[in-house]
Design a protein around this ligand. Structure first.
Ligand code: A2G
Length: 370
């Protein structure tokens, strides 16, 4: 792929300078991401982000790019109004030489590019609680900036993305079909999810019955989807906007806790290292409620602790579904990778169930309803 990038793809984009080299970048599970480097005559070298969109998953790449253009323009305007630096605080798309946002390559692949945000890092884990508080503030702020975005103009890039009732149906189908012949070896894991099927309907039913509002949400709020400033540790830019769609704030809060409050990596094989850290839960809750708390309804606040469990349950079930289907969705880097990921999520769900009362007390401590 690096040859193809050099010989074809980089020539299609409006990059500044002469191409030096390209290298794989980041650790996303879905799209393929590269950094591409350019030499310039009178200025320092520059790099850009280049991404091959996974069109098996995002079947409408044009619609996806319309969303990203709409959302980043909206954010850019607000950041400018508030005196911020839009090239650092939101993603900036680099167009193709013929003015498009996507380049379709000679094999039918779709590519896009962003300016590289320098002097900032996507952290893979929380080594200091302040990082997590700052991530929470950034996601809460992102939510606030998008509160008046016209949600009806957004394409649904992945239908029923966090519809956990639907996710259960897909899981049960994968168990019944057993395409990869693995179901018998993971009976215990299958039972874990089936035992919690009722949880899958809680948020979906509440949205359907109007007890929870739909908002424009990010829907994939892993810690590594925020760029944090290397000097100040502040969360400066929310990235991976592919799943920005109408959703519940609970999806964003819950998914952040699932990933960032864990004491181990998402694919840790030694499960004795995996637990949900209440100190990190508190760090995130404090940051998130300080930014977004005033705009949340009582029902949203009541369900915040449960949402951490729900999103972890959903993600674990998605990893197991993919394992049963033969690993066709998430990129894997070793055999049984999806099963390892599923087992960390199961361990986290069980730990959250034990700690649910303490999580509720922490939320109550940071709710300011005066
Ligand atoms: O992996 C990806 O980022 C998924 N995104 C996200 O939903 C979650 O499953 C995550 C687990 O690390 C998409 O499916 C688009």
């Amino acid at each position: 792929m690096l040859d193809k990038i050099k010989n074809e793809i980089v020539k299609a984009f409006l990059f500044d300078g002469d191409f030096i080299y390209a290298e794989p970048f980041g650790c996303g599970h879905i799209n393929a991401t590269y950094a591409v480097y350019f030499r310039r005559e009178t200025k320092p070298p520059v790099r850009y982000i280049l991404q091959a969109v996974n069109t098996t998953i995002f079947t409408d790449p044009q619609g996806l790019m319309e969303n990203i253009q709409g959302v980043t323009s909206h954010l850019r305007k607000k950041i400018q109004e508030q005196g911020g630096d839009p090239q650092r605080e939101t993603l900036t798309l680099v167009p193709t030489r013929d003015g498009k946002l996507l380049y379709e390559d000679s094999d039918g692949g779709f590519w896009r590019s962003y300016l590289f945000i320098e002097n900032a890092t996507c952290h893979q884990s929380v080594d200091r609680p302040i990082l997590f508080t700052n991530a929470a503030k950034a996601f809460g702020h992102f939510q606030k900036l998008l509160a008046d975005y016209p949600a009806d103009t957004l394409h649904e890039t992945i239908a029923d993305f966090h519809n956990t009732v639907n996710r259960y149906e897909l899981f049960e189908k994968a168990v019944a079909e057993d395409k990869a012949g693995r179901a018998a070896s993971v009976e215990k894991e299958i039972r874990f999810f089936l035992d919690r099927k009722a949880d899958g309907a809680v948020v979906v039913d509440a949205i359907k019955e109007g007890r929870l509002p739909l908002r424009v949400t990010h829907n994939d709020t892993k810690l590594n989807n925020i760029m944090m400033d290397n000097d100040t540790d502040e969360g400066i830019c929310v990235i991976d906007l592919d799943t920005v769609m109408p959703g519940s704030v609970l999806y964003d809060f819950g998914d952040s806790i699932r990933f960032g409050a864990s004491t181990a990596d998402e694919d840790e094989q030694n499960l004795s290292l995996v637990s949900m850290d209440l100190g990190l839960f508190e760090a995130y809750t404090a940051g998130f409620l300080s930014e977004a708390g005033a705009s949340l309804t009582d029902e949203e606040i009541r369900l915040l602790p449960f949402s951490a469990k729900l999103l972890t349950l959903e993600c674990g079930m998605r990893f197991l579904t993919d394992y049963l289907n033969g690993d066709t969705y998430f990129r894997i880097h070793r055999e049984h990778h999806n099963l390892d990921r599923c087992r960390t999520q199961i361990t986290l769900v069980a730990d959250m169930e034990r700690k649910m009362e303490e999580m509720k007390k922490i939320v109550a401590k940071y709710v300011n309803r005066t």
